[in-house]
Design a protein around this ligand. Structure first.
Ligand SMILES: Nc1ncnc2c1ncn2[C@@H]1O[C@H](COP(=O)(O)OP(=O)(O)O)[C@@H](O)[C@H]1O
Ligand SMILES: [Mg+2]
Length: 229
């Protein structure tokens, strides 16, 4: 579904993403794990087109999308939830969700959204800025979902969220994936969350993948050691 090859991203002369290549199959969830500063956000922002790549190819469902602007990548089927969620604090919950529906003909929030995130239904008319961190994360996921992505990209969705809500979010994502059938790419430092959602793990260190393993044979101790050194 998603295919990335030879991806290089720089900030000025600083070479941050180094020849990264990976694939994500239809319906698959891949967790990209790594400590702060290893390049997770830079990689994900370059996938969605918020940062330019110096070289490399990104294709989605067989269409080459690298080179296209972000809005065109979203229209082609990519959804993105940025680190820190970036919801609109002065818009209501419902208005925030509707900002994700620019490419959708019927501009009403689909029922499945409130079904899987009942707290958003309760808070429909509240301003986004008045929600807790966990509620804002659910809102940001909802906003990305309503454009019907083929590949949903989440950048550190558990950051600053309490453990009970982290469990809820993992459960909601797994249910949404079963019901809606998208692929998921998630960057994380919280191993328990990644284990709950991912089919495959990639470890990033200084902009390069240094470990890859499927859920079945995953060496949790090894992943943990990469996250805590
Ligand atoms: N806007 C920027 N300008 C220059 N360097 C940056 C910028 N954003 C991030 N970096 C650097 O790029 C590297 C990777 O950062 P980032 O992708 O944010 O890592 P992570 O998301 O894994 O914490 C770090 O060394 C960071 O300091
Ligand atoms: Mg980051």
């Amino acid at each position: 579904m998603l295919k990335v090859s030879g991806l290089n991203v720089y900030y000025g002369e600083s070479h941050v993403i180094r020849d990264v290549a990976f694939d994500v199959a239809e319906g698959e969830t891949v967790a990209i794990m790594g400590r702060n500063g290893m390049g997770k956000s830079t990689l994900l922002k370059s996938l969605i087109g918020m940062l330019p790549a110096r070289s490399g190819e990104i294709s989605l469902g067989g269409d080459l999308i690298s080179g296209r602007p972000s809005f065109a990548r979203v229209a082609a089927g990519m959804g993105f939830v940025p680190q820190g969620r970036m919801i609109f604090p002065y818009l209501t919950v419902e208005e925030n969700i509707l900002t994700g529906m620019e490419n959708v003909v019927d501009k009403t929030v689909p029922a499945y959204v409130y079904d899987v995130f009942p707290v958003l239904a309760e808070m429909k008319t509240r301003r986004g800025g008045n929600l807790s961190g966990g509620q804002q994360q659910q809102l940001a996921i909802a906003r990305a979902l309503v454009s019907n992505p083929k590949v949903l990209i989440l950048d550190e969705p558990t950051e600053g969220i309490q453990p009970s809500i982290i469990k809820d979010i993992a459960q909601a994502l797994n249910r949404l994936k079963t019901d809606r059938g998208f692929s998921l790419v998630v960057s994380e430092q919280v191993l328990s969350f990644a284990v709950d959602v991912a089919d495959r793990f990639l470890i990033i260190e200084k902009g390069e993948f240094v470990y890859e393993g499927p859920k079945e044979t995953v060496d949790q101790a090894r992943i943990h050691s990469y996250l805590t050194i």
